[in-house]
Design a protein around this ligand. Sequence first.
Ligand code: PMP
Length: 455
Amino acid sequence: MLPSRQKHTPSCQSISYINTSPLTVLSASKSYIHSYTPSTVTVYLDTRNNVSSAGHGNPAIADAVHQQMLLQNSNSRYLHSSFNELKEQIAARLGGADDDGRGPWKIILTNAGSESNDVALRIARAHLQHKRSCKTFTTYTYSMSYHGHSTSCLSVSPYKLRKLGHHDSSLYCPPDTQVVWLPTPCPSSTPSPSTAFDAAYTPSPSTLMFECGMSVAGVVLPPASYLSSAVSKIRSDGGLAIYDEVQSCCYRTGEFTCFQTMGYPSPDIVTLGKPLGNGFPLSACCVRADVLESFENEGLEYFNTFGGNAAACAAGLATLSELDRLRPVSDTTGALLLGLLRDLHNKHPRMICDVRGRGMFLGVEFLNVRAPSDPSPEGTLELSFVASRLKDFHHVLTTIDGAKDSVMVIKPPLCFSPQDAAYFADCLDKAITECLRDVDENGAMGVLGCGATST
Ligand code: PMP
C-alpha cells in the first residue's frame, strides 16, 4: 500500500505513524477506526479526530448527503432552502449579533478552513483600506498558530513556517505579518524570539488573527482578560479581530465556539470548519455586516464552485442537529476525562508536567524524563514512545503537537463514551508505566517516532 501511495504522492504529504506502521482504514464507526491487513482487522479507539465530531460513519449525516445528492446538488447561484437554513442555524448559535446595531452575521460558505481564512483576510484588508484609508496592512498572528495552507494563510501560520528551519518563525513571515507570542502558563509555550503583543503593537488600524483554542500549539487557551485587552486595543485604533475557530468550533470546548466557552469578546469575523460537515467539505466565514460592506462594494464577485452546494448544506444541517444531541458530552465526558488525566498527572509527575483544556479539547504535556531540566526537543522521545505503545499495544490513536512536540492533544469525536474515556486513561497509564520502566532499565527507549501531528 505504501509504495503505491508514494508513486504519485508528493513526499511533503505525510502519513501518521510512518515510522512504525501506518494504518490502512477501510471503515470506521462512532469513536472507532477499523484498520485492515490481509489477515486481521484491528479496532482502534480514536482520541484525535475532531473532524468526525458527530462520530465516524454517522448514518443520519450520510443519509442526508445521500438523499440530497440524489435530488440535486447545484451551486449557490440557484436558490435552495438549506443554504439559507444552514446560515440561520450558524448565526443563531454564534449569538448576539442582531441587537447591537452592527447587523446580522453575513456568512460565506466554503469548502475548507483555508478558504474561509483566506476570504476573512481579504475582507479585513478591504475594510482597512476603504474605511480606514490604510496603505499598509499589519496582521498580528501568534507564534505556533496555524491558519491554513493557502499562500495568504501560510503567511500568518508560524507553526508551519518554523519547519523551514529557523527557530524564529517571524523571519519567514512577510513584513506585514507581526508574530507575537502568547503569555500562558503552559510549560511548552516558552516564547520564541517573537515579542509579546503588548510590546509589538503599534497604534494603527490592523488585524488580530487569533486561533481560538490553539490546537497545534498544544492546547493553549489564554484567559478572557488577555483577549479582552488585545481586542479592545485593536478596535480602539479601528482594527479588526478575526477568530479562527476551524478546529475549536461545534461544541468541542462546551459552547458552540471556543470564544463563547472562554468568554472572549465577540469577534468581527469568525471562521468555522473541520467538524461543521462531519467530514464533508464545509467551512464558513462569518462576518459582521458592517465589516463586510467594503468587500461587497469592491465590485469583485465572490463565487466558489462547491462552496455552499446543496449536499454540503445538507451535511451541515444534519451535523448541527447531531451535534446538538451530543453537546452535553463535551461537559460530562470531558470533565470525567480531565479528572482521570489529572489523576495520571499526580501518579506520574516524572512524566507529566501539565494537564489542561476545556470540554473535549484536552492536552497532556510530557517531560523529558531522562533530563528533566533539558528543554530541548529531545524531551519528546518519551511522548513518542507512549504514543507508539498506545497504538501498537493498546490500539488507541493519539496526536502529538506543541512547540516541542511534547503535548498529547486529545480531541475525540463527541460520541466518546465514559467507557472510552476510562479505557483511554487506563491505557495511557499502562503506556507511561511501560515507558518509565524502559527508561529506568535501559536508559533509552526502543520504539521511536510516532510523528502523528494533527493539521
Ligand atoms: N485553521 C486551523 C486552526 C486549523 O487547524 C486548520 C486545519 N488544521 C485550518 C485553519 C485549515 O483548514 P483546512 O485544512 O480545512 O484548509
